[in-house]
Ligand binder design. Structure first.
Ligand code: GUN
Ligand code: FE
Length: 426
């Protein structure tokens, strides 16, 4: 079987949010796209499998980006002197409107998909735009890339510029149902996910009808939550019957429970919101680079992790500028140190173990058994060569230290191989 083989090298993955497992010169067995586990010595039963020797390289689980906007990739790093709501008006909405034009979408989404494939990320939950044709095209490109993704046609039917607003809830729902009928079950590695942009751009009626689609097709959903103080105030005015921002999603039945949910940001979530997310199993996509770029704030992520919430990392491109979830790991550590120093000295900064967990197993869990090498997990791996010019050092380092340097210093040049569901794609 092409999807059955053994990798040899320095293997590292998370056992839990606080513990790394490191096996030097170990064997990692993939059978039919699933991990059979890590071994110090290769068991006899696997001796017939093809062995790929990655020598001194590190073999890590593929990384998961739990929150990214594909149509924003073109303008990454531009206008990073603005705050969220101004940045949406001046940069984001005019750019997303261009995806009405399929020629533009083909060009821009090809660049995005090529670059995502070259990154250390193997999985992603992706916002597209309100446009069906462009979204389907993006899904086809992603399917061809070999990455595993969930992709959402975005819903927005109010408080949006006329050129990027669905006329009414019915139009938005009809388009969504058509897109779903054309994409559910059509791909091996690419899945639709419901994507109301955020409460300010989605009417109560739209949310109610999205819930019907969620039940009808048993879909997951993704959105934004408690990112910015002005946004939160706006939601409290739009939804006077909601006790807090997350309650507006919850009242629509789109906040965890029987609806697998990712909420991006949660920078300013009050206690009740955090408690409800924990109770309902809502995943937080922590997006530290975006939170800094858009002056959103510093999320209390180590506190949420300690409380046992489900948390992964998001690039939130183009709120964030870099695709690599390694970058999100180092940004998460930095942001948590500022939170500890400036906001709450009882919130201890994130460790390397915490950040690596969130970028692999934490976000991977949204896809099922993903982000670890334990037996039965889907086989996603990246092989990193840290001996290249860009990571030179005079030090003699152990594997944990080499992992730290990979998180802070590596780039796409250092990726020696990339496997997704047992298929080698790089
Ligand atoms: N809230 C609503 N839309 C967006 C978006 O495109 N990016 C970010 N960061 N926040 C949002
Ligand atoms: Fe976002």
């Amino acid at each position: 079987m092409n999807n059955s083989f053994v990798l040899k090298g320095n293997i590292c993955h998370s056992k839990n949010p606080n513990t790394l497992e490191i096996i030097e010169n170990g064997f990692l067995v993939c059978e039919d796209g699933f991990s059979k586990g890590i071994f110090f010595k290769l068991p006899e039963i696997y001796s017939n499998l093809r062995l790929i020797d990655h020598k001194q390289n590190l073999i890590l689980p593929g990384l998961t980006d739990l929150h990214i906007h594909a149509p924003q990739y073109s303008f990454r790093a531009l206008s990073m002197d603005l705050e969220l709501l101004d940045w949406l008006e001046t940069n984001t909405f005019p750019e997303e409107a261009k995806y009405q034009n399929i020629d533009y979408a083909e060009k821009a989404y090809s660049i995005f998909t090529d670059d995502l494939k070259k990154s250390p990320n193997t999985r992603a939950c992706i916002f597209a735009t309100i446009h069906n044709e462009a979204t389907k095209y993006l899904m086809k490109l992603l399917e061809d890339s070999g990455l595993v993704t969930m992709v959402g046609k975005v819903n927005m039917d109010r408080n949006s510029p006329e050129y990027l607003c669905e006329k009414n809830p019915e139009t938005s729902i009809n388009h969504t149902e058509k897109w779903l009928s054309e994409t559910i079950g059509k791909f091996k590695n690419t899945y639709p996910i419901l994507t109301p942009r955020f409460i300010p751009t989605c009417s109560d009626e739209l949310m109610k009808n999205l819930k019907d689609l969620q039940i009808k097709f048993d879909l997951p959903m993704q959105s934004h939550l408690s990112e910015n103080p002005s946004e939160i105030k706006w939601v409290s005015e739009l939804c006077p019957k909601s006790a807090f921002y997350g309650d507006a999603y919850n009242q629509a039945g789109l906040f965890g429970g029987d609806c697998k949910t990712i909420m991006a940001h949660c920078v300013w979530s009050p206690e009740e919101e955090i408690d409800l997310m924990r109770k309902n199993g809502v995943f937080i996509a922590h997006c530290p680079q975006s939170n800094t770029n858009l002056s959103s704030g510093i999320a209390p992520v180590s506190k949420s992790l300690d409380k046992g919430l489900k948390i992964g990392l998001g690039s939130d491109v183009a709120g964030g500028s870099q695709l690599s979830v390694f970058r999100a790991m180092s940004d998460a550590i930095q942001a948590s140190k500022l939170y500890w120093r400036l906001i709450d000295e009882s919130a201890k900064p994130l460790t390397i173990e915490n950040a690596f967990y969130m970028g692999t197993a934490g976000g991977g869990e949204f896809f099922g058994k993903v982000g670890k090498f334990d037996e039965g997990y889907e086989f996603d791996a990246v092989v990193i060569d840290d001996s290249l010019e860009n990571m030179r050092t005079t030090l003699d380092l152990n594997i944990k230290q080499r992992l730290e340097r990979i998180i802070y210093l590596s780039d796409d040049r250092n990726i020696n191989a990339k496997y997704v569901r047992g298929a080698r794609i790089l």
